[in-house]
Structure formats: structure tokens, C-alpha cells
Design a protein around this ligand. Structure first.
Ligand code: FES
Length: 101
């Protein structure tokens, strides 16, 4: 079953790490829209929110792979597998994620 779950207020300027239902998530802005991916690198499981972030480009703190937050696809090695991408929507009271349970 899928349902929309509120996971955040608009209390961040570029990105925000959070945990929902035991899953580490990373919300981030790219060109003024918000996107959401799993916050764990697909290469060797580093926490991506510990690295740099620039307008949708997520840089892994461990080996430097860069991921696109919109697609989850790595732009650079050593990562080759994409991140899981979550569908989100903005409502007046905050950010909602489409959660599959
Ligand atoms: S753990 Fe992220 S690039 Fe290696």
C-alpha cells in the first residue's frame, strides 16, 4: 500500500537528512525543486549527507562519487549503481513522501 507521509517542514536551505521508518533519507533542492533519495551511498554505504552538496549534486564523503539527486544516478566513479529515488510533493504545511509499505 502507498500513502503520502509528511516527513519535513521547509526548515532547510539546501538539503536535510532524516530517518523515516528506519530508512535514511536525503531531501535536497535542485533548481528550486525538492527531491528525495536514499541517504546511503550505493558504493560502500557512506552517509551522503556527510559530504558536500551543490544544487542537486551529492558528493559522497568517502570516495567522492557524485550523484544526481533528481535521478539518483551516479555521475562519477567509483559508484556505478543508482540511489533509490522517492517521489515527493510539496504542500503548504511541508514535504510529503510517497511511502510504500
Ligand atoms: S562509499 Fe561512496 S563513493 Fe565509495
Amino acid at each position: 500500500m502507498s500513502e503520502w507521509i509528511k516527513i519535513s517542514d521547509f526548515d532547510f536551505s539546501d538539503r536535510k537528512a532524516l530517518i523515516y521508518n528506519g530508512v535514511q533519507l536525503l531531501l535536497g533542492y535542485a533548481d528550486n525543486e525538492i527531491y528525495c533519495v536514499e541517504n546511503i551511498c550505493s558504493h560502500e554505504k557512506a552517509r551522503l549527507s556527510d559530504g558536500e552538496y551543490e544544487n542537486g549534486d551529492i558528493y559522497c564523503p568517502k570516495h567522492g562519487a557524485c550523484f544526481d539527486i533528481i535521478t539518483g544516478i551516479p555521475k562519477t566513479l567509483p559508484a556505478t549503481d543508482p540511489l533509490k529515488v522517492y517521489e515527493i510533493k510539496k504542500l503548504p504545511d511541508g514535504v510529503y513522501i510517497l511511502w510504500n509499505s
